[in-house]
Design a protein around this ligand. Structure first.
Ligand code: ADP
Length: 166
């Protein structure tokens, strides 16, 4: 049985992430979304909130689960017995970072293979950070996240005056 981890910040989980998860779940027997607790990013959601939103989004996919982790991703992979680390690649934006990550991961834990899924065309431009910015400015985000996530994001930015919903 091949277990894959899909590590990331997931602040919050988007339909782009979910597309990768669903595709990975068709290939690997078990996929564990690893929510990294303290990424060096300005976060909108707490670790627990990020986990809960991810969990709700994959509740109906039998072989996908969500776990919070801290520390090295390779240590998390070892702890859960994963042989594969899944990541997503959007055109141009991600390659250099993901390539470096693959090299470093290979140095730290050679038996963990990194597998990248090309982002689907409709999600090429979608990132959690862009989504949060659009929401903060009063733009419509419903097409890019689940209803739960859209509700949670709107709650976080509800004090920001919105000019008009685009
Ligand atoms: P990190 O902080 O580790 O980059 P993210 O939550 O931003 O965490 O992303 C996790 C993974 O999902 C990364 O490999 C990223 O490239 C990928 N990803 C993010 N958005 C998309 C998308 N729209 N389509 C496909 N993959 C994506």
């Amino acid at each position: 049985m091949t277990t894959a981890i899909y590590p990331g910040s997931f602040d919050p989980i988007t339909n782009g992430h979910l597309d990768v998860v669903q595709r990975a779940a068709r290939i690997f027997e078990k996929v564990i979304i690893g929510v990294y607790d303290t990424p060096e990013k300005k976060l909108m959601f707490s670790p627990q909130e990020r986990v809960e939103l991810a969990r709700a989004a994959v509740i109906s996919t039998r072989n996908v689960e969500v776990q919070l982790y801290s520390g090295l991703t390779v240590a998390f992979a070892k702890m859960v017995g994963a042989l594969v680390m899944v990541r997503g690649l959007r055109a141009s934006a991600d390659f250099e970072f993901e390539f470096d990550l693959a090299m470093m991961t290979n140095k730290l834990l050679p038996e963990l293979e990194m597998v990248c899924f090309m982002a689907s065309s409709q999600y090429q431009f979608l990132s959690s950070s862009l989504l949060k910015e659009v929401a903060r400015l009063g733009g419509k985000i419903d097409d890019w996240v689940t209803a739960d996530v859209a509700f949670a994001v709107k709650n976080k930015v509800k004090n920001v005056p919105s000019i008009k919903e685009y």
